[in-house]
Design a protein around this ligand. Structure first.
Ligand code: SF4
Length: 290
């Protein structure tokens, strides 16, 4: 029988590891912020590349991609406007100028220098994939899945930022390993290759993935989920200062490290989002400065 479970994506898992309070505010309190122009640009470029791969090979070229920038944006903004207020991402409220479209154009030009999509067989784009354990559904949305003539699978993700320092490779590849784990659980075979395309500086990061990597990833995300459940049960979501605090939307209003106050937690929301009952009223958020 179908049983609704809480969900955990790779982004949410990493967000929890960086700062449990920020995870709570997003996943349980559901405090969302309108899209930034940077995030909106990412959504637009992903949408255009998805459209490119939905064309016949002779149309999968830069001219086609550039020709649909503005119409794709107008459609995204119009679709966003149609959604109920709480589901809107704020795309339709953004003030967009020419530099926004110029940047999108540069990102697309950068992509087409890295590979020729007319020569690639992509079997799906923006594919949701999930795997249920007893108490959580691990899930993700894969930008692109390619299949080689001999049936090998490659999982591809586009990033609109710059490539990271190689020191952080393990961290950036976590998301694709998470997808590889989901792929293996669903199709009983790991993908042969994982590729990240960094469109800002035109660099690609590639990695293979073994059964051992997938087993290690499964243990890692199971451990993360168990820690999430402990925080939820104890009602104790630590604010953990980290290098990304300056970009955290919760910083001024909700983060106690920076003088803000988190809202009182609603136990019913905890139960819906995490599937456990909090023991008591929220503990005073613990602060940890790195
Ligand atoms: S600003 Fe506060 S809530 Fe945001 S990531 Fe930093 S410690 Fe966490």
């Amino acid at each position: 029988m179908y049983k609704a479970r809480p969900t955990l994506s790779p982004t949410a898992a990493k967000s929890f590891e960086k700062c449990p309070l920020s995870f709570r505010l997003n996943k349980i309190d559901k405090i969302k912020f309108p899209s930034s122009p940077e995030a909106a640009k990412g959504i637009l470029v992903h949408k255009i590349l998805q459209d490119v791969f939905n064309q016949f090979a002779d149309k999968r070229n830069l001219d086609y991609a550039l020709s649909i920038i503005e119409s794709s944006w107008n459609k995204l903004a119009a679709d966003d406007k149609k959604l109920a207020q709480e589901k809107q991402s704020g795309l339709s409220d953004l003030k967009i100028d020419n530099s926004f479209f110029e940047d999108a154009k540069e990102l697309l030009e950068s992509y087409f220098k890295m590979e020729d999509p007319s020569k690639i067989y992509s079997q799906s784009q923006e594919q949701w994939i999930r795997f249920n354990t007893d108490d959580v559904c691990f899930l993700g949305q894969i930008d692109r899945v390619d299949k080689s003539p001999d049936g090998q699978i490659r999982i591809v993700d586009y990033k609109t930022g710059k490539s990271p320092n190689p020191r952080f490779l393990d961290e950036v590849i976590f998301q694709l390993r998470f997808y590889a784990y989901l792929w293996e659980k669903n199709y009983k075979q790991p993908p042969a290759l994982l590729t990240l395309y960094y469109l800002k500086d035109g660099k690609a990061v590639e990695s293979s993935v073994s059964k051992n990597d997938i087993a290690a990833l499964e243990k890692e995300i199971t451990d993360i989920w168990n820690k999430v459940k402990i925080c939820a049960t104890e009602n104790n979501w630590e604010a953990r200062q980290n290098p990304l605090c300056d970009w955290c939307a919760y910083k001024d209003e909700y983060c106690p490290i920076f003088g803000g106050t988190p809202p009182k937690i609603n136990p019913a929301s905890v139960q819906t989002a995490i599937g456990v009952k909090p023991k008591s009223e929220a503990a005073e958020p613990k602060l940890e400065n790195e």
